[in-house]
Design a protein around this ligand. Structure first.
Ligand code: ADP
Length: 441
């Protein structure tokens, strides 16, 4: 990257120098050309005045580096200071001569036989109808470039060196913070960078932290899953081995088969929850959202769990009114089931569970409140973590996997809903999920 920046800066500098050089040479050449024509014009008019009086035909020595040509009205050369007249062709078609006949004067630049030199011609129409042409050889634009190059070379070299030095320093300081963060992304120390780079550094750090946290969570999750699966599998293995070896009498056989059945059931529930969570994690298929009546769904759930509530001697009721939200029906059913199931399982005989659907400003609230065992403050923050249980044996004995609330949390966040928890040990628990109301209702 440094090399690339240096190279780019140097190319830009070199290009700028070359363009400047060409432009400066072109401007100087234009000025020079103007001056040469001005000189030739003055010579031509001085000579033209003299020509009015008498036909002076100055010799080559008198003309110096000037070439003087006299043409009659037909363009025939009848005097030239540099060449024998009889060898010269008719000049009527020469552009400067044409202009002189038409407008009184004309000028042109033609390439000389000598490299880097041009011939400059200036022609004027005399009063007697003849044309006087004055010409001289002088530098052209290439000779200007050739002349300026040696003078400018040291400047160019100095500028290029300065550019290399400057670009090295600036790329170094530009890349220093990036190199620092690449070297030690975990460091909590402040990296001295510039304002524009701060958000990028912040984002990179945040993402790195998230990745590390995610990796840790996955590792923990895998370890927990293995552990959770191991327990029922070990039971199944043990009981089936006893039956296989004929070590179970008739009555025991039924009991062992019951244990195997219970543990297999547990394995199934666990695997279902794990699949559910990993599907939520992977975001593979974006689930279809539709307008659903939360009160309707809660009604169906309450009805479904009535038998279980009676089994635990817990009263389960529903209050509220029709309230619509944009949601995935299946996921919301899962939220309702998990919350109500917990409220029944972590309750006392004779206890109560109230499910309420309320509208509060732009929000639709799902409240599941029980007067069960409650959760002490130190556990309240953690019960939404995967496999976190307050009372492990109670959770297991009632068919819990420790994943229910983790699934609820995931689904809520997928719906942009917020969860709040109020609980007091011995008094009960109230969990509120707040959804955005469906706007077209
Ligand atoms: P589980 O399958 O063990 O019920 P959850 O993720 O659903 O797992 O809940 C995590 C833990 O939170 C439970 O083990 C339980 O200790 C506690 N908990 C959840 N809901 C309630 C509730 N309504 N009352 C008391 N404790 C609860």
């Amino acid at each position: 990257m440094k090399k690339k920046i240096n190279l780019q800066l140097m190319s830009i500098t070199a290009l700028t120098i070359i363009v400047t050089l060409i432009l400066v040479s072109a401007v100087f050449y234009e000025l020079f050309k103007k001056q040469v024509f001005e000189d030739l014009r003055i010579y031509a008019y001085v000579l033209a005045d003299e020509q009015e009086e008498s036909i002076i035909q100055p010799s080559k020595e008198v003309c110096g580096d000037l070439r003087i040509t006299l043409l009659d009205a037909e363009g025939k050369v009848y005097y030239d200071s540099n060449f024998p007249v009889n060898e010269m062709e008719n000049h009527l078609q020469r552009p400067e001569v044409q202009d002189a006949f038409q407008y009184g004067e004309g000028s042109i630049v033609r390439k000389s036989d000598t490299l880097d030199r041009n011939n400059y011609y200036y022609a004027v129409l005399l009063k007697n109808g003849c044309v006087l042409r004055v010409a001289r050889e002088a530098d052209n634009v290439f000779s200007f470039l050739r002349m300026t190059f040696p003078t400018l070379m040291p400047v160019v070299a100095f500028l290029l060196l300065a550019c290399v030095a400057l670009s090295t320093i600036s790329t170094k300081s530009l890349l220093r913070p990036i190199e620092e963060i690449a070297r030690d992304i975990d460091t909590k120390e402040e990296i001295h960078s510039y304002e524009e780079l701060d958000p990028l550094i912040k984002t990179i750090r945040q993402q790195h932290e998230d990745i590390v946290k995610n990796a840790q969570m996955r590792q923990e999750f895998t370890a927990n899953v293995s552990h959770e699966l191991k327990t029922p599998l070990t039971s199944i293995y043990g009981y089936s081995e006893l039956i296989e070896n004929g070590m179970a009498s008739g009555e025991d056989q039924v009991r062992f088969a019951g244990e195997i059945h219970k543990n297999a059931q547990r394995l199934l529930t666990l695997i279902n929850d794990i699949i559910e969570l990993s599907e939520l994690d992977s975001h593979v298929q974006r689930r279809a959202f539709e307008k659903v009546d939360l009160y309707d769904l809660a009604g169906a759930c309450v009805e479904m769990l009535q038998v279980q509530a009676e089994k635990h001697d817990v009263g389960l009721t529903l209050e509220g009114q029709s309230c619509f939200i944009m949601a995935n029906r299946q996921l919301i059913e899962e939220v309702l089931y998990n919350l109500c199931d917990n409220a029944i399982r972590y309750n006392n005989p004779g206890g109560k569970v109230a499910v309420r659907i309320e509208k509060k400003e732009t929000k639709i609230l799902l409240v599941v409140e029980d007067n069960g065992i409650g959760i002490s403050e130190e556990h309240q923050n953690r019960i939404f973590e995967r496999f976190y249980r307050v009372d492990k044996s109670r959770s297991k004995s009632t068919g819990g996997t420790g994943l229910g609330l983790a699934i609820v949390k995931h689904i809520a966040s997928e719906h942009g809903a917020e969860i709040s928890l109020e609980s007091e040990i011995g008094k009960g628990t109230k969990i509120t999920v707040s959804f955005s109301a469906c706007t077209d209702v």
